[in-house]
Unconditional design. Structure first.
Length: 149
């Protein structure tokens, strides 16, 4: 119990910073890491300048206000996948060729990992493995034609 009486304020901030940096592994897009670094900087400033409690809170708020947006910006620019997502309503895949896949009893195409059912624009049915080109969308159903046509 004497241990807690001997802990300095800077040590508490440093411990909180380490805990948040470790928690970042859970995938919070660098927000917890930024807060952890803000706590570590507050620990450093508190240790050097012997800040009182109000000054420590102000210091951590300023560090967090500076670092969180910077870390999020860095994450978005360097860590997020480069693939952009297009909505079905924006013409996702129109004009692109895809292979027909089967999911249970339904035939469809996989686009960016998502399954979309298909309908042929005219003529005979479709077969699994057949190459098709998306010509339009009806809801989430892709209207397709054979790629060879």
């Amino acid at each position: 119990m004497d241990f807690f009486l001997d802990v300095s304020a800077w040590q508490v901030w440093l411990a909180l910073g380490i805990v948040l940096a470790i928690a970042e592994v859970l995938g919070t897009q660098f927000v917890l890491l930024a807060l952890g670094v803000a706590f570590a900087f507050t620990a450093l400033v508190t240790r050097i300048f012997a800040l009182d409690y109000d000054q420590q809170l102000l210091a951590v708020a300023l560090w967090a206000a500076l670092l969180v947006p910077l870390f999020i910006l860095y994450y978005r620019r360097h860590m997020m996948p480069g693939m952009t997502r297009t909505l079905v309503s924006d013409g996702l895949g129109i004009g692109d060729s895809f292979a027909i896949v089967r999911r249970g009893e339904r035939l469809g195409v996989k686009i960016q990992g998502d399954f979309f059912p298909v309908e042929r624009d005219s003529g005979n049915g479709l077969a699994e493995g057949e190459q098709v080109v998306i010509t339009a969308w009806r809801g989430i159903t892709a209207i397709v034609r054979p790629a060879s046509a």
